[in-house]
Design a protein around this ligand. Structure first.
Ligand code: IPM
Ligand code: MG
Length: 372
């Protein structure tokens, strides 16, 4: 298969983790005889520095003319600490999602058996967790009208949803549940918010088209608690933009590190694949950022194009790296000399030699070699 992939590595650790995902995709292309062409473009703080625009026209045009987008991270402390900044890096990402119509953000959350001890949560609570969060991505409070009074003392953000916006993501969530454990949990705040009541009404109506899927409801405050108390009760979580942002970061604790969580943002025409973590400015350039979320996002990209064997091989390689503790320090690994790019090397090498079990641990942990 031939794919043109736009690479928007962005800010902070974005470039270093995305580089590993590209390395892995190149190994896949070689093994399976595909042709992946990568073209990079600026986005976020770096694009503001260069062009005073977090999403330059050329970047958007590249995304629109590509088959898929690989996204890194966005954000910079100089904007986080300046609430008066009019141009902000995050606007680039939000505009990209809106312009490309990426209304569904899929965030899989899994407890890897080899990492159960790394989570601050108890082993018996998280073992076996397998959740797919369907977060609405182009509506709600993120995109409603924003106002600040002239004296600067009163502000508002409008939360608005239409039936159409709810229906299109709900269909995808129900379909996903059909091929999983057949349960959708709608997370909302229907005891307070009008928009949430609309979500409940529309999703309940639509559920009749999927009689094999059980539909359950949880208020978001309770859902936040249930996520920690009993995450195994969840299969597919369907929720609006802001609630999905919050509970997916919370859910990442189950996996042991936010550095493991990948995501796919899809619409009717375009698709983008990005780790859920941010730009982690403190780690930039230190080689300590975990590239696995970005690498697993690349696997989701392949799945999107029905390249399931290829995606499976990436996941197998990731599991192997976790098992052998060829991981970055966020996972409290025994070895502290495994850098971002060493993890990428190992995973790419495994893809080229998946059946080679002759692993030289000493060399791996000295960082000299991966598979011999
Ligand atoms: C995410 C991020 C973004 C969001 C930020 C960077 C705008 O937190 O993708 O979860 O809030 O959607
Ligand atoms: Mg977030």
């Amino acid at each position: 298969m031939k794919l043109n992939i736009a690479v928007l590595a962005g800010d902070g650790i974005g470039p270093e983790v995305t580089e590993q995902a590209i390395k892995v995709l190149k190994a896949i292309a070689l093994e399976f005889d595909h042709s992946f062409l990568f073209k990079s473009a600026p986005v976020g703080a770096i694009a503001i520095d260069e062009q005073n625009d977090p999403l330059p026209d050329d970047t958007l045009a590249l995304c629109k003319s590509s088959d898929a987008i690989l996204f890194g991270a966005i954000g910079h402390p100089k904007y986080d600490n300046d609430p008066s900044a009019k141009i902000r890096p995050e606007q680039g990402l939000l505009k990209l999602r809106k312009e490309l119509g990426l209304y569904t953000n899929i965030r899989p959350v899994k407890a890897y058996d080899t990492l159960l001890e790394k989570s601050p949560l108890k082993r018996h609570i998280i073992k076996g967790t397998d959740i797919s969060i369907y977060r609405e991505l182009t509506g709600g409070i993120y995109f409603g009208e924003k106002q600040i009074s002239e004296d600067g003392n009163t502000a508002s953000d409008l939360c608005e949803y239409s039936r159409m916006e709810i229906e299109r993501i709900a269909h995808l969530a129900f379909k996903a549940a059909q091929s999983r454990s057949k349960k959708v949990t709608l997370v909302d705040k229907a005891n307070v918010l009008e928009t949430s009541r609309l979500w409940r009404k529309v999703v309940t109506e639509l559920a009749t088209e999927y009689p094999d899927v059980e539909l359950d409801f949880l208020f978001v405050d309770n859902a936040a608690m249930q996520m920690i108390l009993n995450p195994k009760q969840f299969d597919v979580i369907l929720t609006e933009n802001l609630f999905g942002d919050v509970i997916s970061d919370e859910a990442s604790v189950i996996g042991g590190s936010i550095g493991l969580l990948a995501s796919a943002s899809v619409g009717d025409k375009y698709s983008m694949f990005e780790p859920i973590h941010g730009s982690y400015p403190q780690a930039t350039g230190k080689g300590i950022a975990n590239p696995i979320a970005s690498i697993l996002s690349a696997a989701m990209l392949l799945e999107h194009f029905d390249l399931f064997d290829e995606a499976e091989l990436i996941k197998e390689a990731v599991e192997k790296s976790l098992k052998l503790e060829i991981t970055t320090p966020d996972l409290n690994a025994t070895y502290d000399n495994i850098t971002t790019s060493k993890v990428g090397d190992f995973i790419a090498d495994f893809i080229s030699n998946p059946t080679d079990t002759n692993i030289n641990f000493n060399n791996i942990h000295l960082g000299q070699s991966t598979i011999i």
